[in-house]
Design a protein around this ligand. Structure first.
Ligand code: SF4
Length: 484
């Protein structure tokens, strides 16, 4: 979500006439920090970076610094108190105001802080400068109606707001028209999509509607919540040819007591039940997850239950996190916070079990031919090994050799965004290698765009550029706005 917001910020600024700074060039005129409060130490890192920029700004009159995102939503005016050289602070609900705020701060020679309490305009209606020529994020909803006790998202992103299906599909079509082959539908909880307009089957219908879009080869989504997962979504995944058989479904803990304390209202049995149904409908499905270890009050028995679920679920990969307090969340003030060394030791055991499983799952693919969507710069070793990289349909990372059986290198012909079929020869816990000759290579429009250096842009709704002295184009909030 945060990465996609950054694409919108770039798109907005470009539409307002700004040009992206080239790293080797002189000092940029504007620096925007898009912060994420989910990460640990986000505030230390932000203030550290702001501190480093202060002397740069002193030497470069007119330079502007803006801070947006979740941390800005949380800290608000605090940011300009701690770092008075910051020009603009904007929140998660009013990304669209950034050009106006920069202009106003410049005109008034004073910091502008604007934080809205709720969404001003659905973010995907803003112009977007996409980073990838072949894959794009498309927001279907923002915010979340759940109240997981470790999570700061509901406090900072607000209640769930669903975007109309027609708007979503138009954006997907616009991306495909620009050559994009893969779309990831994005929401904090995609399974509750439709709650706002009263259709609990809306997400499955949306997946099926994506199946009707010519030229769209891969549809993914993140993240579903096990609580709201309905069977029609599994059927839609299985029956819609362009929907990838990959499912990222956060588990967080295998212990029902911990899930209760996390206020996640499914239990491990339900979670495993969904996986069973997914595998019955799509035996080749790759299932990935998020797990938090060391939640307050987690016992050794609770932790063992998590290991049991990991073994039963047979994940193809897992994002594992050590619990750490996020100020402002209920879990931060819970009793029974665990000592760091206990969390660390469990975390290491969890990684060991996860890798054992993911490696075994990956090994099952050796000898299989997979379809790879070629990526830019995935895997740092590529240059040294002469391989290229990309993602298989099930989301697995594949490094593949580019020499034909005759020893001719195809490296110059295969572009990011092209499709390659290749046979897996080796499996590691986190990736696959294909060291034989590629079985097939298909040039795509996404590859043409990559070669031409074009990135897709979706124009969004024009917000217009204010002129100095004119009233701001973006409507002022009705309540709770700290503007000065
Ligand atoms: S469902 Fe996800 S975004 Fe919503 S509160 Fe829980 S962890 Fe946070």
């Amino acid at each position: 979500m945060n990465v996609h917001d950054s694409e919108r910020i770039s798109g907005l600024l470009e539409q307002a006439g700004y040009v992206r700074a080239v790293p080797a060039d002189d000092t940029p005129d504007i620096v925007v920090f898009n912060t994420c409060a989910v990460r640990e130490n986000a505030d230390n890192r932000l203030y550290g970076n702001l501190g480093r920029l202060r002397p740069v700004k002193d030497k470069h009159p007119g330079m502007q610094i803006a801070v947006g995102g979740c941390l800005a939503q949380k800290d608000r005016g605090e940011i300009v108190r701690k770092a008075p050289w910051v020009d603009v602070v904007f929140g998660t609900h009013n990304i669209g105001s950034l050009p106006v705020l920069l202009e106003r701060a410049r005109h008034n020679a004073a910091a502008e802080v604007e934080i809205l309490e709720s969404l001003d305009v659905f973010p995907s209606t803003l112009p977007t400068r996409r980073e990838s020529t072949y894959a794009g994020w498309v927001s279907i909803s923002v915010g979340c109606n759940n109240t997981c006790t470790f999570c700061i998202v509901p406090a900072l992103r607000g209640k769930e707001k669903d975007r109309r299906p027609g708007d979503i599909l138009s954006e997907v079509r616009a991306l495909v028209d620009e050559g994009v082959l893969e779309v990831t539908l994005l929401g904090q909880n995609v399974n509750s999509y439709g709650v706002e307009f009263g259709d609990r089957y809306a997400f499955g219908k949306l997946l099926r509607a994506c199946g009707d879009i010519d030229g769209l080869e891969r549809v993914r989504f993140t993240s579903p919540h096990p609580k709201d997962f309905t069977d029609d979504v599994i059927a839609a995944m299985a029956e819609t040819p362009n929907v990838c058989h990959s499912l990222h479904m956060p588990l967080q803990s295998g212990s029902d007591d911990v899930l209760r304390a996390m206020r996640r209202s499914y239990r491990s049995e339900r979670y495993l039940g969904i996986i069973e149904k997914v595998r019955a409908a799509m035996p080749d499905a790759a299932i990935t997850t998020d797990i938090i270890v060391g939640f307050p009050g987690e016992t050794e028995a609770d932790f063992q239950r998590t290991l049991d679920v990991v073994r039963e679920a047979r994940f193809s990969s897992a994002f594992t996190f050590q619990y750490s307090k996020r100020p402002g969340t209920p879990a931060a003030t819970m009793d029974d916070q665990l000592p760091k060394q206990v969390v660390q030791e469990r975390y290491e055991r969890l990684i060991e079990t996860v890798e054992e499983i993911t490696w075994a799952e990956n090994k099952r693919l050796v000898g299989e031919t997979v379809e790879v969507l070629v990526a830019v710069g995935e895997g740092r070793k590529d240059e040294r090994t002469g391989r290229m990289s990309g993602r298989a349909r099930d989301g697995r990372l594949v490094h593949f050799a580019t020499d034909t059986a005759d020893g001719e290198s195809l490296a110059d012909q295969i572009r990011p965004g092209d499709i390659v079929h290749t046979t897996i020869t080796y499996a590691a816990p986190h990736h696959l290698n294909a060291d034989g000759a590629p079985v097939a290579h298909r040039r795509t429009r996404a590859g043409d765009a990559a070669e031409a250096g074009r990135s897709p842009r979706t124009p969004g709704v024009l917000l217009g550029l204010p002129t100095i002295g004119a009233p701001p184009v973006v409507a002022a909030p009705t309540a709770g706005c700290a503007t000065h």
